[in-house]
Each structure stands twice: as C-alpha cells, then as structure tokens.
Design a protein around this ligand. Sequence first.
Ligand code: PEP
Length: 255
Amino acid sequence: MNKQLRKAVIAGNWKMNKTPSQAKALIEEMKPLVKDADCDVVICVPYVDLQTAVEATKGTNIKVGAENCHWEKSGAFTGEISTEMLTELGVEYVVIGHSERRTYFGETDVTVNKRVRAALDAGLTVILCVGEYLEQREQGVTFDVVGMQTRIALGGVSKEELSRIIIAYEPVWAIGTGRTATAEQANEVNHAIREIVADLYDREAADAFVVQYGGSMNAGNAADLLAQPDVDGGLIGGASLKAPDFAKIVEAASK
Ligand code: PEP
C-alpha cells in the first residue's frame, strides 16, 4: 500500500573493499549499466575512495556515501571522520549503525543516535541499519530488537528530517552469509518499522518513509524481495562489488 509514494533506493555498501584505483575502475564499469535507473542509486565506499568516487560520478545518476561518521565536529578522536570532512568532498549519504560497526567496533543504539543527529545537522542523508542476530530471531524478539534500535536511533529527529533518513532492515544472520531472509520475513519487519514511524510521527510520514532490505540480496533474489509492498530498495554488500550484478538489482528496483 502506498508504495507508489516512495522512490526505491539501491545502495551499495562496499565495506573494506577496493583501493582508489579499483574503485575508479568499478565505477566506470557501473556507470553505463545503471544510467537509465528509475530508482536512486548510491554507492557507499571506504573513506579513502570517497574523493575518487565523487569525481568519477560527477554528472551521473550515482550518488556517493560514506560508511560511517563521527558525531563531534572535530577534536581528539583518532581514526574518526567528521561530517564536515564528508560534505566538503561532495558526499551526500552516510551509512550509520551497520551491524559490523555494532558487532566489531562497540557501536551502541546511543552512539548510533548521536551519529544520526550529526549527519542530519550536516545535511547528509542517513542509511540507518537495524536488524536482529539469529539467536534473537530464534528467541522471538526480532520485533522488540528492531523496534528498540529504530526508536532510539530516531530520538530527536523531526518529521521534516525523516525525508533524509532511510532505514535498512538487515537481519545480521543474512549479511554476507548467502542466507537471505524470505521475501515475507523481509516484508513483515519492514512493515513493522514503518508502523513504528507512524507511531512516532504520523501516517503521512510513514507512507513516505523508505525502508530497504539488506542481507545477501543479489541479482537472483532481488526482484522477489523488491516486489514486496514494504521493501523500498536494498542495501547491497557483496553483490555491489560486481557491476553487472549491482546493475541487475538496480534494474529490478526500476520496474
Ligand atoms: C551489507 O553489508 O549491508 C550487506 C547487506 O551485505 P551482503 O549483501 O553481502 O549480505
């Protein structure tokens, strides 16, 4: 219902892959394959590839995102990157709260919320990741976990700012494992996220809100997932590193 109100967003998450020269080559291969997309196309790349990606995508329909950002404007935060560093380069999107950040780098719902706030203040569009571990799904607490992650991450976010937030539902057990959620599993959690947005804001905001699915989405299963009424696009890891595969997903989202 109301899917026509939303434009699908297909975003690649390159993770810790591709040097700048490799990034340039992949983008050049990708450009002609996605140029007729009828969805938004984003590539989120490692920090050192951002400048190359921004230059290589100038004048195209491909937008560039980072994979994280810090909440402070500057200071003694060795190894971190500020939002201003991103926006000065021409970066428009940022992934926040990816499960790999939560699992390996101590990211919490509270630090996710701080990063979301900073990114919005800087004018960036946020791809906010939420999702449950396999044990949590088996214990029947998927909706509680995803609900809590969503509510805390959206703390202090106004209704007007929601147009610059995309939530990517990414069950942790499906990321990089080849084990995709079924289309029904993806849709029911995406739907629940939309209902939380309706509860926190209102129906209008929820109907316009983009909720992606991520977790082993690929050229073979994308059409089925993207056909679901509450799946408005995808956050793609492994398959975004192969231009023809990524282009097939973009094509599936354009129908
Ligand atoms: C991701 O990194 O967000 C992701 C969904 O990875 P993959 O597509 O490889 O499962």
